[in-house]
Structures are given as C-alpha cells and as structure tokens.
Ligand binder design. Sequence first.
Ligand SMILES: Cc1ncc(COP(=O)(O)O)c(C=O)c1O
Length: 387
Amino acid sequence: MKRIYLDYAATTPCDPLVLKAMEPYFFEKFGNPSSIHSFGQEAKKAIEESRQALASFLGAQSDEIIFTSGGTESNNCAVEGVAYALEKKGNHIITSGIEHHAIAEPCKFLEKKGFRVTYLPVDKFGIVSPQDVKKAISEKTILISIMHANNEIGTIQPIGEIGALAHEAGVYFHTDAVQTVGHMPVNVDELNVDLLSLSAHKFYGPKGAGALYIRKGTRIESFLKGGDQEKGRRASTHNTTGIVGLGKAIEICKEKMQGEMVFQAKMRDKLIKELSAKIPEAYLNGHPTQRLPNNVNLAIKYIEGESILLNLDMLGIAASTGSACTSTSLEPSHVLLAIGLSHEIAHGSLRLTVGRWTKEEEIDYVIGKLPGIVEKLRAMSPLYDNK
Ligand SMILES: Cc1ncc(COP(=O)(O)O)c(C=O)c1O
C-alpha cells in the first residue's frame, strides 16, 4: 500500500544529504571533539562549522549557540537556567497557556520551588496579546517565554512586538522556535529574543540534536553540569554526528526554504479550502493567515479525532490530532481548550502537516478520501444523531 506522510510537525524524515554528511563522523572521523589530537580536532572543526551555519541562519554570532539534545532540553535549559541565575532578582515568569509541555512542565516544576508563573490566555485564533504581556510584567519578572508558532494549530505569535516590550522592561525573552526554524525566516534580532530553542528533527535533521541560542551577556545557569564543553554552558561529550546533521540540515533549509514555503502554503490552502467545502461543520483551528505554511488543523464536529486517524491510517495516510507527545492521553488538547473550543469539539480535531516530500497528488488523494471517512463515522456517532 502507498503510504502518505502528513505529520511533518511531529517529526521529519532525515534528508539523505544530511545522513551523507553525518556518516564519516560515525566511522573514520569518530574522535572526541574535546581531544587535542587530530581525531578530536577534525570533529571539533565540523562542530564549529555547524555552529556557524546555524548562527548564520538565525542572524546570530556563533558563540551565542549551544548544542543540546533537542527542543525539550533547550526549553528546560532556558526556563530553569534563567530562573536559577536570576532568583535573587525576582521570581516571576510569564508564559502562555498554549506552550508545548517542554515549557509548561518546567514552569510547573518551578512553581513548586517558589517561583510564580503567569499563564497568559490567547484569543480564539491562538494569539497572545502583547498588551496582556505588558500588563503582566512586574518588578519581580525575570523571564517571558512565548512560543514562536504553535505546534498544534500553527498560529504564529507577534514575537518581535512582545520582545520589544520585554526589553523595554529589562526582562529576558525566550521563544520556543521548534516549529519555525527551517520552515520560515527566523532572525534573533528581528524577533528581539535573548533565548531561542530549536530541534533538528523538525527540519530534516536527526532526532536527539538541537540548540539553544543565548544572546551575549544573558545570565543563565548551566543545565547539565560536568565537563567544560560549550564553554561551561552545557556539559557532556558533543553529539558530533547529530550536530553535523543539524548543520547540514539548516544549510539545506536556507537554500530551499523560500520555494518550500510557497509550495507548502499552496498545499495547506488547498486542503483548508477543499476540506471545509466538502465536509459539513468542519472549521479551521488557528489563525487564517498568521499560521505556519505547512499546518492545517480542523475541528470536525460530532466525531473523535482518533477514529479519523485510525481510518486514515488504514488507507496509509499518517496524520495527527495534535501534539505527538500527548497522543496517548485521553484529555483534549490544552491548546484547543485555550482557544475556546468545548471538550467535545476539541476531541474532534485533525492536524495535517505537509513537508519537503509532499506531492500534490497526495493532497488530492486525502481530499478525496477524508469526507467519506467523516460521513461514515458520523453515521455511527450518537453525537451526530442527537444534534
Ligand atoms: C513547539 C515544540 N517545542 C518543543 C518540542 C520538543 O522538541 P524535541 O522533540 O526535540 O524534544 C516540540 C516537539 O514536538 C515542539 O513541537
């Protein structure tokens, strides 16, 4: 059976050119980059080249990048690292109610340690109001963390504006850019951020490799303590292969991104238009225009998202209801509840995310099949009978 992958927001396949670039660092170039000898030095050189490639994509300096094990570590490191470095200055953190768990959980952890966290609401499109951020800032505020684009509904936040407000108040500003880096322009100065998280497996690099941008002068506690790798900011032997893969992946994105954004937005808009027309009572979640070029998220009334996924999977189509990290939970998505959906409607969401290898005929195939699946499931749904 032909398989169609429409879950690029959960993870992307590794680009073959990325794998090719990584390969020598498993074998003949396997040295520890902290070693003085030539084996170590050739690995170190490759790491520094990746750092440079990433810095150039972000408009940053290469010594403002530390490599991590992925988005989760970068987010934990940003939130807890700043909180502990600045705990004498203040104990208040501002974030939103729609952040990924990799932000929400460290915030909850810090609350248990005596920090105070404000979780800002969002509007019906999932946008955080910069004015709400401004109002929430107090003299105790040490960090604001608002995600660049939401992983479920694709809404892009006014990060530059929020960053400017944070800086006016002298507060550090972090953004979780895991869903945007590699998919749209991300410039740390335009976004006014002090810290920014990213993850290679979301942009055709390997899993288990990520980075945290830390603006020069930003005070942050080292998250992993041990050796003096990453200038003492993150201990542990470098994941050379992963870092080389991340560097190659970002170089490829830099080259292909403009064209990919145009094609993906075309596929996204086709899915939204055709599916909303062909499926009665199906509505777009997230912002109509301020959204990721590759993200479609639909609320489909009267049925469960999981049943749609299983039926799509039987046809070889891989989709999602929201975040892959919570796909085993029966609770409706906190993001969909935050934009004001009822529990019942939030259970009926479907996320389709396109990517580098998506073909238009695949999109047409899904458009052809999904309305029939919804009709079949609704025919069996007590919710539909009682509407
Ligand atoms: C917005 C966002 N932040 C953080 C993460 C976690 O990244 P990683 O899987 O690299 O730990 C994800 C992954 O789904 C994400 O979408």
